[in-house]
Design a protein around this ligand. Structure first.
Ligand SMILES: [Fe+2]
Ligand SMILES: [Fe+2]
Length: 310
């Protein structure tokens, strides 16, 4: 990857997806939403980009009703792409998931209804901790004292590139007040465990719209859903789920910062752009030449290139 500015390329790129909400038999969600279409499109876009993320993190609500076929289909759609890109898939439990089929189908073990599905991954020195915030039989989120003690132990030894936590229920407030009923409970306990550790970011889902904030001083990024989204412009005190605006996030981990870039899912008409040849020409220039060619308002370089590529 070329470097044209002050920042060295990211040490890691992670794709962050959330809330696929698959139903068995490819039934449409609410009888209306083709959940597979948007996910397949999202992974096509990911593969087209050539980014080859080292991990694909899916922060929960993989299946809408926990049906085995939903997990099988999701796995079968994602695994071939992940294998081609060299990406590790990190599955995270959500409130719509069921631990039994989740554990047996995605991890190949015995079906385990009782044990929280918490796992630690080492992605080339970047630690990713998948935390299961689901509560059997409910939609709100919770982390048990056992889970928090486990997390404390895991975080006791820092990782080379730090840690990203991935959990379904974000430790953030929502402007859509009804979501508070199904939010992560007792968030202070989690704050006490992760404050001052090497956790550099928290990846979450559940809300079905993109948002971000901080928790215990740590940035939190919520990826929207790939299935349907919640319209944050809906009239106050209403909840409006719509088949539009779906997106995924690209997480770039740099030495000193972590960025979360939203990738809208869709096949949009191109109206502007530059080719790889154009970028190579810029890369071959000195920094001063580059500035004159691309930053100067009186430069004719960009115009000439745009015309020659038409
Ligand atoms: Fe969801
Ligand atoms: Fe959820």
């Amino acid at each position: 990857m070329m470097q044209l500015g002050q920042y060295a390329p990211p040490t890691h790129t992670i794709a962050h997806l959330s809330d696929t909400h698959y139903l068995g038999g490819r039934r449409a969600l609410y009888g209306k939403v083709d959940t597979d279409r948007t996910l397949v499109r999202a992974i096509e876009q990911l593969e087209r980009s050539g980014t080859n993320p080292s991990a694909i993190v899916i922060t929960g609500d993989l299946a809408d009703l926990g049906e085995p076929d939903a997990y099988v289909r999701l796995r079968d759609e994602l695994e071939p792409v992940a294998n081609r890109m060299g990406s590790k898939i990190i599955w995270v439990m959500g409130n719509h998931d069921e631990r039994g089929p989740f554990s047996s189908i995605l991890f190949g073990g015995d079906s385990d209804d009782a044990t929280p599905q918490d796992r630690v991954y080492d992605i080339d020195g970047l630690r990713i901790v998948a935390l299961d915030s689901s509560v059997p039989g409910y939609h709100h989120g919770e982390l048990t004292d056992d889970q928090l003690s486990w997390l404390e132990e895991v975080l006791a030894i820092p990782a080379a590139h730090g840690t990203l936590l991935a959990l379904h229920h974000p430790p953030l407030p929502s402007p859509i007040e009804i979501m508070a009923i199904i939010e992560l409970q007792q968030q202070q306990k989690l704050a006490d465990v992760i404050r001052g550790t090497d956790v550099r970011g928290i990846l979450a889902g559940h809300l079905h719209y993109s948002t971000n904030g901080t928790f215990a001083g740590i940035p939190v990024s919520v990826a929207s859903a790939t299935c349907y989204t919640i319209d944050t412009s809906a009239p106050q005190d209403t909840l409006l789920g719509v088949d539009g605006g779906q997106s995924i996030n690209l997480v770039n981990v740099y030495v000193d910062t972590v960025t979360h870039s939203i990738v809208p899912i869709g096949d949009f008409t191109q109206v502007a752009g530059f080719s790889g040849v154009f970028l190579e020409k810029l890369a071959s220039m000195t920094p001063e030449e580059r500035r004159e060619a691309f930053s100067s308002k009186t430069s004719t370089f960009s115009v000439a290139e745009a015309e020659s590529s038409q």
